[in-house]
Design a protein around this ligand. Structure first.
Ligand code: PMP
Length: 377
């Protein structure tokens, strides 16, 4: 039977208790949410919802085509201008997801006979970008500018070189040493591509992101990718950078050219969220504060938690099975948490992954820490 070979894999997963299932979330879930990426609590904000509704009423349910044909509305152009301006870059290009934005940035900037250097902790979408790129890719140790230097040294050309890294790593929530990475890249004339999915809205002045905080916004050798699906409470992604890079993406990036443009409702929601963030910059600082408080309380209670650099708090679990059970027990006690275990973690260490939302109250933080303690395996 053509697909019979899948059953053997299913048996192994079942034996280890690692089968993934989809669980539809009700609109009025009673669970306390520390699992979503809605860092600023904006996804249900009336202005964000209205931004989506207004856009759908004006432009329809879909964008009707690829961006180069009929899929670019005035809303897309406005969102691109305001995103670029907010984060301090010359230009921006909006994609249907952060995943597609990362595939575009890496493949378009790592042509034939180039070198693309990639941090071992990078998100799957950057890894897939490296796999799809025509250049050679080299994976280097985590958050290590000297390892980047060593890799860049090996490049004999004639194509360009580029280093790609998350700004905040999605598994442990630790930040990359951006200024040191930029220095390493500049020594070799290499470009720097930073995925700020977890930095936008949380780090930097008023949430302008990790590259802005590191003084890299607007640099002519830096390109940043973001998602609209976390802090901005919507859906979609974007690449920000020098106008020449953005024009190059418009002309060459396959996930831009051959993909239907972002749905107007998603663009409208993201634009409203961005304007809200400009008006209420304190939301970014509050998300960081909640993360620090969660971390402090968890470590005081004896948990092994990584000190958060942004809004992701990672708590070590004893085993993959233990992590799954722990997350299930939290859920049964009314708390929704993320659970990372092999194969989605490269180091084989299983964790609970908590997201610190800016709109969590003190009582909710206290309750979350209590439930995590009571359910510990
Ligand atoms: N980069 C990172 C670091 C992410 O965590 C994610 C989302 N999980 C993405 C990229 C992909 O973004 P999107 O969900 O918008 O496709």
């Amino acid at each position: 039977m053509a697909f019979g070979w899948i059953d053997q894999q299913v048996r192994v997963r079942t034996r280890r208790g690692l089968v993934r299932t989809l669980r539809p979330r009700p609109a009025d879930s009673p669970l306390l949410d520390l699992a979503s990426n809605d860092y600023l609590g904006l996804t249900r904000h009336p202005e964000v919802v209205e931004g989506a509704a207004r856009a759908a009423r004006t432009w329809g349910g879909g964008s009707t085509g690829s961006r180069l044909v009929t899929g670019t509305t005035e809303l897309h152009a406005q969102l691109e201008r305001e995103l670029a301006d907010f984060c301090g870059f010359e230009a921006a290009l909006v994609f249907s997801s952060g995943y597609a934005a990362n595939l575009a940035a890496v493949t378009a900037l790592a042509p034939l006979r180039s070198l693309v250097v990639s941090d071992v902790g990078n998100h799957a979408s950057l890894i897939d970008g490296c796999r799809l790129a025509r250049g050679t890719s080299q994976v280097v140790e985590h958050a290590d500018p000297d390892a980047v230097r060593k890799a860049l040294q090996t490049h004999e050309g004639p194509g360009p070189a580029v280093f790609v890294s998350d700004t905040v790593f999605s598994v442990d929530g630790d930040a990359a040493p951006l200024a040191a990475h930029a220095e390493a890249c500049r020594e070799y004339g290499a470009g720097l591509v930073l995925d700020d999915a977890h930095g936008l809205g949380v780090l930097g002045d008023g949430g302008r992101g990790a590259p802005h905080a590191a003084g890299l916004a607007g640099a002519d050798d830096v390109v940043v990718t973001v998602t609209l699906s976390k802090s901005l409470g919507s859906q979609g992604g974007a690449v920000l950078g020098p106008a020449r890079v953005i024009d190059h993406l418009v002309n060459t990036a396959r996930t831009f050219i051959f993909d239907t443009g972002l749905a107007p409702a998603a663009a409208g929601a993201a634009l409203s969220a961005l304007r809200l963030l400009r008006r209420e910059p304190e939301r970014a600082a509050r998300a960081r504060e909640v993360a620090a408080e969660l971390h402090a309380r968890l470590t005081a209670a004896g948990h092994e938690a990584v000190r958060p650099d942004a809004a992701v708090v990672s708590v070590r679990a004893p085993s993959p099975e233990g992590a799954v059970q722990w997350a299930a027990d939290c859920r049964a006690a009314g708390l929704s948490v993320g659970c990372f275990r092999p194969p989605s973690v490269p180091d084989g260490i299983s964790r609970l992954r908590l997201t610190a939302r800016a709109d969590l109250s003190e009582a909710q933080i206290e309750r979350a820490v209590r439930v995590i303690g009571e359910t510990r395996p």
